[in-house]
Write a protein that binds this ligand. Structure first.
Ligand code: C2O
Ligand code: CU
Length: 486
């Protein structure tokens, strides 16, 4: 059912009962090898197919999913900066698919946008992607056809490009955050593309996962320094993570280095598709524990995982010095003085927004027409593409290659939108008219209801690039457009 913008599947297993059931579940697979350098083999295949994986702990059965190479998330792809990658994707699903390499500034033909950069990969067909990622950082891959259902059923994976000299840490850990809506028997609930959800928060699940599983403990050792790469691969859920008793430092957003800093309000906010690299010093004592909470949706706060210290002696006695800023990636700097400015207006959806606690859902906005008429529920500058169908899309903006641009994005809706531009990284230069402190590079900017953000970038990558909301129900409900760099 849907209440005040947050969808709660009432029939699903409650997190508490699942955690209780999984008290002794194996935790080993939460740990990814730290400081293991990427292998030099960058020739890979990814098979998109149905599969069965364990999302919930015993005694729940396995869950039938759609996945890459039999696992959710798909295999980690790790390579070094400057190393080429070649991935043959085989589609063994019953519907079209593509793979999009989220956040990579690569040639347009490799971007995985169906009908725009390539024909969709039909069932039983394959497509080979080949490119050299220019930037080091934390990225991810996912389909770009029927996105809400395909990601919602498990198609996603981490893509890590290592710096030539990664910052010294004891462990490099990836958390792919997933969100699934499961029935009582741990099967995936159907009902993708529900029009009511489409016009609100999108499909929020009832089972939040780290690297595809529900965990109750994240085992650590006192004194360790961990680089924690957070990837929000959920179709719609926004996270606000609070690391109790710890002081994480942000090293990078969306793969791009930022001045190391404590997250605002000590909470790490991640809209769908967004990434944050943290340095997490394990400053607790042996045998202690501390909760990682997700407090984004009021009234629906929960514990994501418990940081659990071993009883071993601390790894070091002296605290480590603060981490240095990561080396910059070769992203061209926009010339703000001569940048051309465009207004981008986001409209649609239900009115009423995220207010919690009230009974009524609020008035319907312009989307009422859309809902009744079967048209779009969301729009970008009045234009909308439905259901990832890019066949007849005209560019919402045409930019000149090599020029600097500022997009002033005005969210006139009552909902959050993580807006993503393909093929480019941009600086977030203002929010609600005020300069941002870190002028951070990003590929996805989360814009709260009725707020504004300005982003700046050089349109240096020629081609037609998707510009859309990464709440995948919003994307399929019309909040999708093309920006042409000519
Ligand atoms: Cu994660 Cu259109 O992208
Ligand atoms: Cu949106």
């Amino acid at each position: 059912m849907t209440r005040n913008g947050v969808t709660i599947a009432r029939s699903g297993p409650s997190r508490r009962s699942l955690l209780a059931a999984g008290g002794g579940a194996a935790i080993a697979s939460i740990l990814r090898p730290g400081l293991v350098r990427a292998t030099t083999s960058s020739d890979k295949t990814l098979v998109a197919a149905e599969g069965r994986v364990r999302i919930t702990p015993d005694p729940y059965p396995q869950t039938q999913v759609w996945c890459y190479d039999g696992s959710v998330p798909g295999p980690d792809i790790r390579l070094r900066q400057g190393e080429p990658l070649r991935v043959g994707v085989e589609n063994r699903l019953a519907q079209d698919t593509t793979v999009h390499w989220h956040g990579l500034r690569i040639p347009n033909a490799m971007d995985g946008a169906p009908y725009v950069t390539q024909p969709p990969i039909r069932p039983e067909e394959s497509f080979t992607y080949e490119f050299t990622p220019p930037d080091a950082g934390t990225f991810w891959y996912h389909p770009h056809a029927h996105s809400a259902e395909q990601v919602g059923r498990g198609l996603m994976g981490a893509l890590i490009i290592e710096e030539p000299q990664p910052p010294p840490v004891d462990r490099d850990v990836v958390w792919v955050l997933g969100d699934f809506r499961l029935n009582d028997d741990a099967s995936l609930a159907g009902g993708f593309g529900n029009r009511m959800e489409l016009s609100m928060s999108g499909r929020i699940g009832n089972t939040v996962t780290i690297n595809g599983h529900m965990f109750d403990r994240f085992p650590v050792r006192s004194g360790e320094r961990i680089r924690l790469r957070l990837i929000n691969a959920a179709p719609a859920r926004i996270f606000r993570l609070e690391f109790r008793d710890h002081r994480p430092l942000v090293l990078a957003f969306d793969g791009q280095p930022v001045e190391p800093h404590a997250p605002e309000g000590r909470r790490v906010v991640l809209g769908p598709a967004m990434r944050t690299d943290l340095i997490l010093d394990m400053t607790g004592k042996p045998a202690q524990s501390a909760a990682v909470l997700d407090t984004f949706y009021k009234g629906l706060e929960y514990k994501l995982v418990e940081i659990s210290y071993s009883s071993e002696q601390p790894l070091r006695t002296q605290p480590l010095v603060a981490p240095a800023k990561l080396p910059a990636n070769p992203v061209p700097e926009p010339d703000l003085a001569n940048a051309q400015r465009h207004e981008v207006t986001l409209t649609g959806g239900m009115m009423g927004g995220m207010g919690m606690g009230g009974g009524m859902m609020g008035m319907m906005g312009g989307s009422m027409m859309g809902m009744m008429g079967g048209g779009s529920m969301w729009a970008i500058n009045g234009m909308a593409v439905m259901n990832d169908d890019m066949r007849h899309m005209k560019p919402v903006l045409t930019l000149m290659r090599g020029r600097s641009y500022i997009l002033a994005i005005d969210n006139q809706t009552a909902w959050h939108h993580p807006m993503h531009l393909h093929g480019h990284s941009f600086r977030v230069i203002t929010r609600n008219g005020a300069r941002t402190k870190y002028r951070e590079w990003r590929d996805t900017v989360l814009i709260p209801p009725r707020e504004r953000a300005e982003i700046a970038f050089v349109a240096d990558n020629p081609g037609d690039w998707m510009f859309h909301c990464h709440i995948l129900d919003h994307q399929e409900g019309g909040m999708m457009s093309v920006i042409r760099v000519a």
